[in-house]
Design a protein around this ligand. Structure first.
Ligand SMILES: Nc1ncnc2c1ncn2[C@@H]1O[C@H](COP(=O)(O)OP(=O)(O)OP(=O)(O)O)[C@@H](O)[C@H]1O
Ligand SMILES: [Mg+2]
Length: 252
């Protein structure tokens, strides 16, 4: 098994822990390395092998929401040597297009930028196109053409929850990487993630009842979202803290 939550991983999470003003828990606990992407052993294995010997290509990361697609793309960028700490990220080789920004013009512009060398990092560039299935036909046609020759030292990662909405021709130009969401299959991984985040936040182990309660709220229709797992840790933890505060007030 590749993606286990080791003590090293826990340290990484703890290092990522900053003040509450640093944004939502989901951002603070976003996996930084491929090994930290939990429950996606197969995808992680494929991506680690690729990162060891990268070549210009396009990936299609597909799977249910909150399973690690965007995180996996960012971790892949870090692993192939993009300087992900650079600001703006483009200077370090990391480019992203949000779903609403996929216009013919922005795609052409970004594709042209792929021919330029970043200011820092290994020289590799990663372009992440989130919610790729939302692109319109004109944009898809541009991609069909551009994907025939991905620029040197460039990796394009499309992410989608609905691969069926993309044309077969588009999908055939990408290497498919599936992110799992089956709640039964991912039960142990989700429980480990809950325990890790809870311990990092509250400095104690969660009880089985707490883990069950968090997990229940993160599963829908037999699928688990790790995003929801982390969000539920935040809400359950806050609820318990408030109950404790009430009890203390009443005792005084
Ligand atoms: N496999 C995972 N391992 C650890 N944390 C995860 C994983 N998947 C999701 N998370 C948590 O959920 C947050 C959101 O994950 P991410 O953005 O990678 O999801 P996504 O698959 O891209 O979802 P969407 O389809 O909605 O864009 C992360 O910042 C992290 O806190
Ligand atoms: Mg995403």
């Amino acid at each position: 098994m590749i993606a286990t939550l080791t003590d090293k991983t826990l340290q990484t999470y703890r290092r990522g822990r900053r003040s509450k003003s640093d944004g939502p828990l989901t951002e603070r606990y976003r996996p930084r390395r491929l090994l930290d992407v939990v429950g996606q052993d197969q995808a992680v294995q494929v991506l680690r092998a690729f990162a060891a010997k990268p070549f210009p290509t396009a990936f299609l990361f597909e799977g249910w929401t909150g399973t690690g697609k965007t995180s996996g793309a960012l971790a892949l960028a870090a692993e192939i040597g993009c300087d992900v700490t650079q600001k703006p990220p483009e200077f370090g080789g990391l480019h992203t297009i949000a779903s609403g920004e996929q216009t013919a013009e922005s795609v052409r512009d970004l594709y042209n930028q792929m021919w330029r060398c970043p200011f820092s990092g290994s020289g590799w560039k990663v372009l992440i196109v989130n919610e790729a299935d939302r692109m319109n036909t004109a944009v898809e046609t541009i991609w069909l053409d551009r994907l025939e020759s991905v620029p040197p030292t460039t990796v394009i990662v499309f992410t989608t929850n609905s691969p069926a909405n993309l044309s077969q021709r588009f999908r055939d130009r990408c290497t498919r990487v599936v992110f799992e969401s089956d709640a039964v299959q991912l039960d142990a991984a989700a429980r480990r993630l809950i325990a890790t985040v809870w311990r990092a936040e509250r400095h104690r182990r969660p009880s089985n009842a707490v883990i069950d309660c968090i997990l229940q709220g993160a599963v829908e229709g037999g699928r688990v979202s790790f995003r929801r797992v982390v969000q539920r840790v935040a809400s359950v933890s806050a609820a318990r803290a408030s109950i404790r505060a009430d009890v203390r007030r009443n005792v005084r």
